[in-house]
Design a protein around this ligand. Structure first.
Ligand SMILES: Cc1cc2nc3c(=O)[nH]c(=O)nc-3n(C[C@H](O)[C@H](O)[C@H](O)COP(=O)(O)OP(=O)(O)OC[C@H]3O[C@@H](n4cnc5c(N)ncnc54)[C@H](O)[C@@H]3O)c2cc1C
Length: 228
């Protein structure tokens, strides 16, 4: 499968199979220590409110009851709890609305603050010299419905296209990875690699991003393999 098809398929796959599980990370297990316990608590509370986390959505589910019963029998000392899910029941019906980005944007009531452009693709950033040094000054956007290119100017750009497509966008904007090389057999980055990957000879210093396309998430790799 060609790489581009590969990516689109993987993106669609993410979209259709986000499981809406929103458990908190455990301190000293996987939770980072960039915030204090209180800060994490307050951030989690805010995020859970925005995405609509609930532990009661599947209370009427026979499947959930059965799974909890089996887990409690097996691990009696550590009682099983329902998975916190970003979803809500619609009244008394069995119909469940699963949360997505639109749930958050709706909850934030940010219609006046944002202009959302669906079906627009950011093709590249333009990096130019400014009084403050080299900066991203423009984004080139393609309106997919008409194929027209639009130039957007801003003081600050934030690229949040996910772990695969963000590097793709940066690479297309002229940024290049510089190190390290990968083990040809395992493809694992060679941490002690002194030389690294030589960038094209005329690459400007500010376009070198050593970690570009490194540390690919495990989930994506698994899905890529599945799709293959
Ligand atoms: C199968 C699967 C199941 C998952 N289940 C869970 C779960 O249950 N709970 C959980 O917490 N996490 C889950 N995750 C992880 C979670 O989905 C991601 O961590 C999260 O979506 C990342 O959010 P993001 O905003 O960084 O990127 P994304 O959600 O990937 O959003 C990036 C968006 O940018 C758009 N985009 C990319 N490039 C461009 C461009 N050039 N121009 C315009 N738009 C662009 C993409 O189309 C996409 O809409 C799951 C992931 C997968 C793959």
């Amino acid at each position: 499968m060609a790489p581009s098809l590969f990516l689109s398929f993987s993106v669609i796959l993410t979209w259709t199979s986000w499981t809406c599980a929103t458990p908190r990370q455990k301190e000293k297990v996987e939770r980072s220590d960039i915030f204090s316990g209180d800060e994490w608590d307050s951030l989690y509370k805010e995020a859970e409110k925005l995405i609509g986390t609930s532990k009661t959505v599947l209370n009427d589910s026979i499947r959930q009851e059965l799974v909890m019963e089996i887990l409690n029998d097996e691990y009696g000392k550590r009682s099983a709890e329902p998975l916190p899910l970003a979803a809500k029941r619609n009244g008394n019906t069995a119909y469940i609305t699963w949360s997505s980005s639109s749930t958050i944007l709706d909850a934030m009531n940010c219609k006046k603050k944002f202009t959302l452009w669906p079906e627009h693709h950011c093709e590249k950033f333009k990096v130019e010299e400014t009084d403050n040094g080299p900066q991203v000054t423009k984004a080139i956007i393609r309106k997919l419905a008409t194929d027209k290119l639009i130039t957007v100017k801003a003081k600050v750009f934030i690229a949040c296209g996910g772990p695969i497509l963000t590097p793709q966008l940066l690479f297309n904007s002229g940024f290049v990875p510089t190190k390290p090389n990968r083990d040809p057999r395992t493809q694992i980055p060679l941490e002690d690699d002194e030389k690294g990957i030589p960038p094209p000879p005329d690459t400007l210093e500010h376009l070198k991003l050593p970690a570009l396309v490194r540390y690919m998430p495990r989930l994506f790799v698994v899905y890529q393999l599945t799709v293959c």
